[in-house]
Design a protein around this ligand. Structure first.
Ligand SMILES: [Zn+2]
Length: 61
């Protein structure tokens, strides 16, 4: 029986995450540190997550 969820860990705060099925390239926010994470790989219901460099708007001053 396969699960309907995926698991992974936040690379920043190491919080265990459980998500609905996602595909490579999708992004989610870590509920703990609010970091934006991108799905780098999915294998055996395990997510490989990468931090996304969020482009903050530079208002120049
Ligand atoms: Zn986190």
């Amino acid at each position: 029986m396969s699960t309907a969820t995926l698991t992974g860990a936040c690379p920043e705060c190491e919080t265990d995450l459980t998500t609905p099925p996602m595909i490579q390239g999708e992004t989610l926010s870590c509920p703990e540190c609010m970091l934006t994470l991108r799905v780098d790989d999915v294998r055996d219901d395990k997510l490989s997550l990468q931090m996304v460099e969020v482009q903050l708007r530079d208002w120049g001053q």
